[in-house]
Design a protein around this ligand. Structure first.
Ligand code: MLT
Length: 406
C-alpha cells in the first residue's frame, strides 16, 4: 500500500495566495462587471527592462544556430552571471562573496523552501510571525512540527512581530538552530538596521546556528544606512545563507531567475559535532535536483548589471516605490497606522478589525484585492498588506475607491 507523507495533512488546505485567488475568482464570477484592482500577491506588472529584453532576444538567436546553440549549462549557473553578481551585488558593497558561492536558480521561493532539506529533521527552527508562509509550510512538510493549534504549529519557535518592536523580532528566549529572517520584510515592509541584524549574526555564531536570510526585496532599500546584504555584517559568512531574486527587482516573476549565496565558510554539524560546509551539501543537492535556469534567461539577468540595465531597474524600483508612498500616505490620511512602503513595496496596515473581514470589505465595497495579515501568522491578525505592484493609475483608482468605501 502506498502511503502518504502525513505531514502534509497538518497543512492548511491550500497555500495562502491560492486561497485568495480562489476567493477572488468566486467574487469575479458573481460580479463580472466589477473591474478588480489587484494589490494582493506581490506580482509585478511592468515590462522587463529593455536591456534584459535585448539580451534575451540575442540569446534566443544564439540558440537558433548550431554553431552557438547551448545544451545543459552548469547546474550552479553560468560563470558570466555568477561573476557579475558576486562583483556588483556583494564585492562592490564590501561583502567578500566569490562567484563560486552563488547558485543561480529559478526563484527565491523554491530556494528558501528547499534549503531546510539539508538539515537534520530534529533541529529547532525559529520563525518570525508574521512570516512568508513558505518557510513554515516547508518545515511542516519535512516533519519538523507537530499539529497546528490556534494558528501555530507545535515545535516551532515563533518570534513575535508587533507594533511595539516595529515588526523586528527579538532574539529567541530558547536556543534555536535555524533562523529565518527576511529584510526588507515580506509581509510587513519593515527593515532591520545594521545593529539589529548584527545581533542576529552574533546570536547565530554563539549558538552555532544558521540564518536563512531572504533579501528578495533588497533593491527597494533607499536608506543608505541600511544593509543590503547580511554579508555586510561582521562574522556573517560563517552563519548565513542569503536568498536574492530578480523577480521584484527587474520584473522577472514570469521569467524566473534568482540566486542563493552559500559562503564556503558557513558550517553545519554532524551528530558528533564535526563541521561540514553547507556549500558542499547545497551543491550536492542542487546538482542532483536542479538543472539551472535557461541560457537566455541567465543572459537577460546578466543585463540587469549593464549600465543601461542598472538605470532601467532603478527606474522600475522608483516607480513601484512611488506607488508605495502614495498608498501609505492615503491610508494614513484615512486614519490607519502603516509601516513599510519606504524601503519596501509592501505597506502593512493596522486595519483595526479582523484581517479577513477587512479583506472582504475592500473586495466587496471597493473592488480592491489586498492580502489579509492573518494569512501570514497569528501576529498578522488585525492587519492587511497592500502591494505597490501595479500601475500608478490603478493604485490611484484603488485609493479613491478605498477612501470612498471606508
Ligand atoms: C508575495 O506576495 O508575498 C510574493 O509575491 C510571494 C512570492 O514572491 O512568492
Amino acid at each position: 500500500m502506498i502511503k502518504i507523507n502525513e505531514n502534509y495533512l497538518k497543512l492548511q488546505a491550500s497555500y495562502l495566495f491560492s486561497d485568495i485567488a480562489r476567493r477572488v475568482s468566486t467574487y469575479q464570477q458573481a460580479n463580472p462587471e466589477q473591474n478588480l484592482i489587484k494589490l494582493g500577491i506581490g506580482d509585478v506588472t511592468r515590462a522587463l527592462p529593455a536591456a534584459c529584453v535585448e539580451a534575451f532576444h540575442a540569446a534566443v538567436d544564439e540558440m537558433a544556430s548550431d554553431s552557438t546553440f547551448r545544451g545543459y549549462g552548469p547546474e550552479q549557473g553560468y560563470d558570466f552571471l555568477r561573476e557579475v553578481i558576486a562583483r556588483e551585488d556583494f564585492q562592490a558593497r564590501g561583502a567578500a562573496i566569490e562567484a563560486d558561492e552563488i547558485f543561480v536558480s529559478d526563484g527565491a521561493k523554491c530556494d528558501s523552501g528547499n534549503f531546510q532539506e539539508i538539515f537534520s529533521s530534529d533541529i529547532r527552527v525559529a520563525i518570525p510571525d508574521p512570516v512568508y508562509p513558505v518557510y513554515v509550510d516547508t518545515n511542516v512538510m519535512a516533519g519538523r512540527t507537530g499539529e497546528a493549534r490556534d494558528g501555530r504549529y507545535e515545535g516551532l519557535v515563533y518570534l513575535n512581530g508587533n507594533s511595539d518592536n516595529g515588526f523586528i523580532p527579538d532574539l529567541p528566549e530558547q536556543p534555536v538552530d535555524l533562523i529565518y529572517l527576511c529584510f526588507p520584510n515580506n509581509p510587513t515592509g519593515a527593515m532591520a538596521t545594521r545593529e539589529q541584524l548584527q545581533k542576529w549574526v552574533d546570536y547565530a555564531r554563539e549558538n552555532r546556528a544558521i540564518i536563512l536570510y531572504d533579501a528578495a526585496y533588497e533593491a527597494f532599500i533607499q536608506d543608505d544606512s541600511l544593509p543590503h546584504s547580511i554579508y555586510e555584517l561582521e562574522g556573517s559568512r560563517e552563519v548565513a545563507v542569503e536568498f536574492r531574486s530578480f523577480s521584484k527587482t527587474a520584473g522577472f516573476t514570469g521569467t524566473r531567475c534568482a540566486f542563493t549565496v552559500v559562503p564556503k565558510s558557513c558550517m553545519a554539524y554532524t551528530e558528533s559535532g564535526e563541521a561540514v560546509p553547507v556549500h558542499d551539501l547545497w551543491n550536492r543537492r542542487h546538482t542532483t535536483k536542479f538543472n539551472s535556469v535557461s541560457y537566455p534567461v541567465q543572459r537577460a539577468a546578466e543585463a540587469v548589471y549593464s549600465p543601461e540595465g542598472k538605470g532601467q531597474v532603478k527606474e522600475l524600483v522608483a516607480y513601484y516605490l512611488n506607488n508605495a508612498r502614495y498608498i501609505r500616505e492615503n491610508m494614513e490620511a484615512l486614519g490607519y497606522r502603516c509601516i513599510g512602503g519606504e524601503n519596501s513595496p509592501y505597506i502593512w496596515i493596522d486595519g483595526k478589525t479582523d484581517s479577513w473581514e477587512f479583506f472582504d470589505r475592500l473586495l466587496n465595497d471597493a473592488g480592491v484585492v489586498c492580502t489579509p495579515g492573518a494569512g501570514f501568522g497569528k501576529c498578522g491578525e488585525g492587519y492587511i498588506r497592500i502591494s505597490a505592484f501595479n500601475s500608478f493609475e490603478n493604485v490611484r483608482e484603488a485609493m479613491t475607491r478605498i477612501s470612498n468605501s471606508l
